[in-house]
Design a protein around this ligand. Structure first.
Ligand SMILES: CC(C)(COP(=O)(O)OP(=O)(O)OC[C@H]1O[C@@H](n2cnc3c(N)ncnc32)[C@H](O)[C@@H]1OP(=O)(O)O)[C@@H](O)C(=O)NCCC(=O)NCCS
Length: 150
């Protein structure tokens, strides 16, 4: 039987562990400074499987509009359903903070994340040309949105 999945909000004491997962998971990771500033304005959630930290996610809710700013599962733990669990938790928290619609941007090349968002209920609503840096150039962001329910 697998260990229970739990969540809690990030504190300064979690910075090193979060950055380790962030740098392992992304070609263009968020920096320490972004997380330090982020803790002041956003809800940053950590996910644990048993006692092991396996991911994090960041939401910002302004009035009734939520934005998913970061969702990351530790590379060794990807592909087991943890991404969906984390997304479900983040969207439930966004709803509890009175968010009624959530928006996000995803790299055009990040098909695994795109499929995860679609599986949850996000739809593609637009595209930002050359939004992200990529080795040797830029790539588009796909903009997705989802109505949130209880
Ligand atoms: C995107 C991300 C968060 C998804 O996390 P994850 O834990 O791999 O997500 P899931 O396990 O829920 O789903 C991933 C895949 O595993 C499959 N899967 C889930 N549970 C499974 C299981 N028990 N057995 C086999 N496959 C399974 C899903 O069907 C999905 O397949 P697909 O990619 O072909 O659609 C993760 O890949 C990640 O952190 N990537 C790097 C950071 C990133 O790009 N974040 C998004 C920025 S927009």
């Amino acid at each position: 039987m697998s260990d229970a999945v739990t969540f809690r909000l990030m504190t300064e004491a979690d910075l090193d562990a979060v950055l380790k997962i962030e740098y392992a998971a992304y070609s263009h990771p968020w920096t320490r400074g972004i997380f330090v500033d982020g803790m002041k304005s956003y809800a940053i959630w950590l996910m644990f499987e048993g006692s092991q930290q396996v991911g994090h996610g960041v939401i910002n809710v302004i009035i009734d509009e939520a934005h998913l700013l970061n969702i990351t599962v530790k590379p060794e733990n990807q592909g087991c359903g943890l991404g969906l669990k984390l997304l479900e938790h983040l969207m439930a928290e966004a709803y509890a903070m009175k968010g009624r619609e959530c928006f996000l941007e995803v790299r055009d090349s990040n098909r695994s994340a795109y499929r995860l968002y679609e599986r949850f209920g996000f739809n593609e609503i637009g595209r930002r040309r050359d939004y992200y840096p990529v080795a040797g150039g830029r790539e588009d962001a796909i903009v997705m949105a989802c109505t949130l329910f209880e």
